[in-house]
Design a protein around this ligand. Structure first.
Ligand code: HEM
Length: 435
């Protein structure tokens, strides 16, 4: 596969991953496979910690230590995969998609899809948005948002937890932090979903075209916001970014629309769905591990451990792309310049060499916080503090207010989204005693 190709998705039947079929018969992109990739991850770690999938030519890196080794070498394993994603499945950019995107800004790589020194420059500005001090001050505010969201459904005695709570908490926090109206959150969700499908490398043509149209709407919307904040700055992240100076980085100017758009897109996408999935999965783990809710209620000091274990166990960013910049090796396995590499954070987080009994959900796990859910190295998540804050504040309130919380049997199946990059729960129907 050429460097700028993305895997073509085939629909060969999945199965046998755990039971010993040859690795090359596993379709790692099959939506059914993605429901539970963990047996296959265990086989990869044991049989081929660095594995070139002959069906896609992607190299999978699956052990905790080797993932860290890749992430420690950003010059060799580049994050400049934006162009690659732009070419979609099949490796060619659809002319209709080009026509739509040509109405918008020229894309710029900033944080997630940039390498040093470009990455360093933008990351410094992005990281200022979610400093320890700023996030520490958000506790009461996150509690208020949590309570308001619960107020909206508590009288019903039931809810679809993902859409009625887990999606809305991070989305509200991001909207407020950026300084845009909460009333526009449905639009942000639509745009964000489009970007996520694109990041997966699994989008259909229709999804890519819809995402491209969403991108143009997103740009128009935020150009207006940027221009307002340029003239009338307020106390929010967009105002900070609009007025931030690249002088410190040796480039004395403000960011242009394209740079700002890339930063905002990442904050919007990275900050919403990942946290929403973590909150939804965390509740699911509580409801399916008898006694855990009582334990957490009895001892709030266990909440941070529960949050870390949820992040480790789910690994919402299950995998991430890298591109080899030169011939090299990892774990003794040869890599060619231009190879597409996938670091499998989800697999590293279940590596028994680092996490004993890694498939067990254990809120008292001593090293849970060393998980790879927020990545590792120079691209480590800038929103980790915020995501942790939202989860540690929200769960005790949810458990206190939603009495006799239980799964609504027969209402929706517990399924993971069919996305190779982001792992998350599609819906979670719960019941509780109406207040
Ligand atoms: C549970 C929630 C979250 C998870 C699991 C998560 C996970 C990750 C991971 C694994 C990376 C590294 C990607 C790589 O190595 O290429 C990352 C990067 C990033 N995250 Fe998060 N994230 C979460 C929440 C957030 C939030 C709340 C924000 C912002 C408000 C955010 C913003 C970013 C940005 C901008 C990057 C790129 C950083 C860089 O490339 O230097 N994330 N995230």
């Amino acid at each position: 596969m050429a460097a700028d190709d993305i895997p073509a998705i085939d629909t060969r039947a999945q199965g046998g991953a755990a039971s010993g079929c040859p690795l090359h018969e596993i379709n790692f992109f099959d939506p059914d496979f993605l429901q539970d990739p963990y047996p296959a991850y265990a086989r990869l770690r044991a049989e081929a910690p660095v594995y070139r999938d002959p069906n896609t030519n992607i190299i999978y890196v699956s052990t905790y230590d080797l993932i860290n080794e890749v992430n420690r070498q950003p010059a060799v394993f580049s994050s400049d995969f934006g162009q690659q994603l732009a070419s979609g499945a099949g490796g060619e950019i659809d002319p209709e998609e080009i026509a739509i995107l040509s109405q918008g800004l020229t894309p710029t790589s900033t944080m997630l899809t940039a390498d040093p020194p470009v990455h360093t420059r933008y990351r410094k500005l992005g990281a200022k948005a979610f400093t320890f001090k700023r996030v520490e001050q958000m506790g009461d505010y996150v509690a208020r948002v949590t309570n308001d969201l619960i107020d909206a459904f508590i009288a019903d005695g039931r809810c679809e937890f993902k859409t009625q709570f887990a999606d809305l908490l991070p989305m509200t926090v991001i909207a407020d932090s950026l300084g845009v109206p909460r009333a526009d959150m449905a639009k942000f969700k639509r745009w964000s979903d489009g970007f996520i499908v694109q990041l997966s490398g699994m989008a259909t043509r229709e999804q890519r075209l819809a995402a491209a149209r969403g991108m143009i709407e997103f740009q128009h919307y935020f150009i207006d916001v940027i221009e307002q904040k340029r003239l009338h700055p307020t106390d929010d992240i967009i105002s900070d970014l609009v007025h931030a100076d690249l002088a410190e980085e040796g480039d004395p100017r403000k960011m242009n629309h394209s740079e700002l758009m890339s930063m905002l897109q990442q904050i919007l996408v990275a900050g919403n769905e990942t946290t929403a999935h973590s909150i939804t999965a965390g509740l699911y783990y509580l409801l399916t591990n008898p006694g855990l809710i009582d334990e957490l209620m009895a001892d709030p000091d266990l909440v941070p451990g529960f949050v870390e274990e949820t992040l480790r166990y789910l690994s919402p960013v299950n995998n991430m792309w890298r591109i080899a910049t030169r011939e090299t090796e990892i774990g003794g396995f040869p890599i060619k310049a231009g190879d597409t590499v996938m670091v499998r954070f989800g697999s590293g987080n279940r590596d028994t060499a680092h996490f004993p009994e890694a498939d067990t959900f254990d809120i008292r796990r001593e090293n849970a916080r060393t998980h790879l859910a927020f990545g590792a190295g120079i691209h480590t998540c800038i929103g980790a503090l915020l995501a942790r804050k939202e989860m540690t504040v929200a769960f005790p309130i949810l458990l206190r207010r939603l009495k006799n919380l239980r799964l609504r049997e027969g209402h929706g199946e517990f399924r993971y989204s069919p996305n190779v990059i982001l792992r998350g729960v599609l819906e979670l129907n719960v019941a509780f005693d109406a207040a």
